[in-house]
Design a protein around this ligand. Structure first.
Ligand SMILES: *Cc1c(COP(=O)(O)O)cnc(C)c1O
Length: 478
């Protein structure tokens, strides 16, 4: 396919044909998501052979599109977790609302440059709208701001760098960061990437609800000051990945204010529950944070590659990131307009704002709120059902849309129970209706159900519970 003289520039008819062919495959794929297995078997010899068959040399000549679409949709895509399907209840589910795919198509096709305001002010304004909507959702005041990132990890990284530059001198190695023992590992990674010795990250223990213990935090800060360290940053969680725990955000904000710490809330999992009344209740105080990480590719159901860092004071981002070069165009002085390259680590990048802007405009935020409320209901429903399964022990009640539990018949040691629950997980997943994952909670192996896909509804949760009951039945007969 392609025009003979300049094959990189297909004709209008050729472009139409290409997009139609791709759309056919995509629509067929999406329609089949509920019927697709929740994951492929395992990465066994057969899977390895299929992957090896996909390795290929640099092609000198082109191939026709039909063959390439066949390869993608028959060979490559099926060998995967069905992370966009309704049965994906593992880790933190991703999303993939359809209009974001259309947005990427448009953004990549027009390929305008949004890193610098003056290069495409209309499009940059649309991205700025998205940032301001996110600020509004978490309760930040007018004048706050932020950036869109590729994900939560980069948002946490940018937060650590910004806090470091705001609160510490150039020789910052004595600076200490406070997290809980449940904080996402990307925060530790961010600290190391930002130049801190790993030892400077303090893991404060959590209470029985897996929330940071503020009394211990207080004490640890005092000890560090005594020892000549420079406490400068507190990272709390707006929904942990392990159990969905939400820290006492208001209490944390009080301590951060007293101690002069930069307060960052990692709300990559839970942030968009701020759209719901229950979420706002759980996360009261989030708006007092200096910065907040959100993952639209989790709670806003966007496809992977969408994170966000919001800050109360956008000048902090500018001070941390602005540099100068003679060959760059002039940057905006008016705070109404934002040169994203001046407040973020990136210069050239995709026009990612459109992936959020299009679905929000098209559906309205109400549709997202309703779906998030449904996730909260489903997690609570699943927990209530699990409680009715004999010997099932709930290890973490849902604070948002995540529940953790284990099967714990009497008379077994924790080690035995850990093995039995690993086996239970393997059996549930082998049925391929749902895909769930496990974790360790204080030495106990726990199964987790995290409901966050816009495609997960009551029917799939009933299937999930039926599979768990069925597998418990199998194990208890052994
Ligand atoms: C997912 C997650 C992250 C990491 O975000 P990525 O988008 O995967 O980089 C950080 N913190 C929490 C709480 C998360 O759930």
């Amino acid at each position: 396919m392609g025009n003979d003289e300049y094959p990189l520039e297909p004709s209008p008819e050729q472009m139409r044909a290409m997009v139609n062919k791709a759309a056919e495959r995509v629509i067929e794929h999406i329609a089949s998501l509920p019927r697709q297995p929740s994951a492929y078997d395992e990465f066994d010899d057969d899977a390895r052979a299929r992957v090896n068959a996909l390795a290929e040399p640099l092609p000198e000549r082109g191939t026709d599109l039909d063959g390439l679409l066949d390869l993608l949709f028959r060979e490559a895509v099926p060998l995967s977790y069905n992370s966009a399907g309704p049965g994906y209840l593992a880790y933190i589910p991703g999303g993939g609302v359809y209009p974001s795919a259309i947005a990427d198509f448009i953004a990549n096709a027009v390929n305008r440059y949004v890193g610098v305001w003056i290069a495409a002010p209309g499009l940059a304004q649309l991205e700025l709208n998205v940032v301001r909507w996110f600020c509004e959702i978490i309760g930040y005041p007018a004048g706050s701001g932020g950036i869109l990132t590729s994900g939560g990890s980069l948002a946490n990284f940018t937060a650590v760098v910004t806090a470091r530059r705001e609160r510490l001198p150039d020789d910052f190695r004595g600076g200490t960061i406070y997290t809980s023992d449940q904080t996402h590992h990307s925060v530790r990674k961010a600290a190391v990437l930002a130049g801190f010795p790993e030892d400077n990250v303090r893991e404060i223990p959590t209470n029985e609800h897996y929330q940071i213990r503020l009394d211990v935090l207080h004490q640890r800060i005092a000890e560090d000051r005594e020892a000549g360290q420079r406490p400068f940053m507190l990272v709390t969680s707006g929904g942990t990945t392990n159990t969905g725990a939400v820290d006492d955000l208001a209490g944390s904000a009080d301590i951060a204010a007293d101690e002069g710490l930069w307060l960052h809330v990692d709300a990559a999992y839970g942030g968009f529950f701020m759209l719901t009344e229950r979420g706002r209740e759980s996360m009261r105080g989030i708006e007092r944070a200096d910065s907040v990480a959100l993952d639209p590719h989790k709670g806003l159901f966007l496809p992977y590659g969408n994170g966000s860092l919001l800050v109360r004071d956008p000048e902090t981002l500018r001070r941390a990131h602005a540099t100068f070069a003679d060959y760059m165009p002039e940057m905006q002085q008016d705070t109404e307009f934002v040169d994203f390259c001046e407040i973020s680590p990136e210069l050239s990048r995709d026009f990612r704002g459109l992936r959020a802007w299009l679905p929000i405009k098209l559906f309205g935020i109400e549709a997202f709120r309703t779906s998030l409320d449904e996730k909260l209901d489903l997690a609570q429903w699943a927990t209530d059902q699990l409680r009715g399964v004999p010997d099932m022990e709930i290890l973490a009640e849902p604070q948002l849309s995540l529940t953790a539990f284990r099967w714990a018949p009497a008379g077994y040691s924790d080690d035995d129970l850990n093995d039995m629950n690993r086996e239970l997980l393997a059996r549930v997943n082998a049925r391929k209706n749902v895909y769930i994952t496990g974790t360790m909670l204080s030495g106990r192996y726990a199964l987790r159900i995290c409901v966050l896909s816009f495609r997960t509804h009551r029917d799939r949760m009933e299937q999930c519970l039926a599979d768990i009951r069925g597998c418990v039945g199998e194990l208890s007969r052994q």
